[in-house]
Design a protein around this ligand. Structure first.
Ligand code: G3H
Ligand code: 13P
Ligand code: ZN
Length: 320
């Protein structure tokens, strides 16, 4: 089966009220684990590649690995550029046949973000590619508490619903990544902090009221940083004190509120690292990479199975 267009996966996800898992990949084991889990769970899938992943693995290797995965599986798979930071990088990926790209100019002032995004949208749409853009800053809820420039200060880092409408109208982007207290990595929250899910509802409603229908939103930084994995990492020689992610219950609400694409990378890294650390701790004499990359691949597969089945609810929807 060739690649499936991101647009088609989004349309079905919106209709079916489930979220697509967008999993970051940069090597063979990750791709195999994710695709196998989704194949077994009959889940539609987005594989995403960051600039760093392209630099690490080489774009040609990644393209060929994904081609192999696609040819060996039956499920619909889309390929997406994660956090494209320039027009040129987006163009390269569009020219290579990615089904969608993200242009992330969210650090720029609103008008500049619009200008850069518009340029990518124009090129992408001419070449049958969808575009995700981002408005607001993923600084995370830890930053909010009474700090200058936090979400609830006048400068505001969270996505503003009215601005979201203006941004989507002016740029023509196909999906929008929102900032609602989400952040990347393994240290997202302290204590009982949560995503600002009320704001998410307001953004969705504002877009709907402005005539944009059930407009797809994207949640970055959606790893839940499972505490059993953190405990394994720490038990087997790692040091990850106070690692904390987005509660799965928040992801569930985000999914029901209309986050159509949910980005997960950190949890994959944790699953791999915990498994590898365990092998090394228990078998210090081991030096065959297959003996630790194999368990790492299995750990990622089970993690992805859980995500698509229990959190994103896209399992069983591959052939809708
Ligand atoms: O959002 C960032 C993703 O986790 C990719 O991370 O830039 O280290 O590949 P990376
Ligand atoms: P996590 O760091 O929470 O996995 O987020 C990944 C992401 O947003 C990739 O774009
Ligand atoms: Zn991200």
């Amino acid at each position: 089966m060739p690649l499936t267009h991101t647009r088609d996966l989004f349309a079905k996800a919106l209709k079916g009220k489930y979220a697509l898992g967008a999993f970051n990949v940069n090597n063979m084991e990750l791709i195999q684990a994710i695709v196998e889990a989704c194949e077994e769970e009959k889940a539609p899938l987005m594989l995403q590649i960051s600039k760093g992943a392209r630099q690490y693995a080489n774009p040609v290797y990644l393209k060929k690995l994904i081609e192999a995965a696609v040819s060996l599986s039956n499920i619909p798979i889309a390929v997406h550029l994660d956090h494209g930071d320039t027009f040129d990088l987006c163009k390269q990926c569009i020219d290579e046949g990615f089904t969608s790209v993200m242009i992330d100019a969210s650090h720029e002032p609103f008008d500049k973000n619009v200008e850069i995004t518009k340029r990518v949208v124009e090129y992408a749409h001419k070449h049958n590619c969808s575009v995700e853009s981002e408005l607001g800053h993923l600084v995370g809820a830890q930053f909010d508490e009474g700090e200058e420039g936090g979400a609830h200060s006048s400068s505001g880092h969270y996505t503003d619903p009215a601005e979201a409408v203006k941004f989507v109208k002016e740029t023509g982007c196909d999906s929008l990544a929102v900032a609602i207290g989400n952040s990347h990595g393994a240290y997202k929250f302290k204590g009982t902090q949560h995503l600002d899910l009320e704001r998410l509802k307001l953004i969705k409603k504002a877009l709907m009221d402005a005539g944009m229908g059930d407009y797809p939103l994207v949640l970055h930084g959606a790893s839940s940083v499972p505490q059993d994995l953190v405990a394994l990492v720490n038990k087997y020689g790692g040091t990850m004190p106070d690692a904390q992610g987005v509660p799965e219950a928040d992801i569930e609400v985000a999914r029901r509120t209309g986050c159509t694409k949910v980005n997960i990378d950190t949890d994959l890294r944790l699953a791999m690292t915990a498994a590898i650390r365990k092998v090394f701790a228990e078998n210090p004499k081991e030096f065959d990479p297959r003996k630790y990359l194999g368990p790492a691949r299995t750990a990622v597969k089970e993690l992805v199975r859980h995500k698509v089945r229990d959190v994103l609810c896209c399992a069983g929807h591959a052939f809708d």
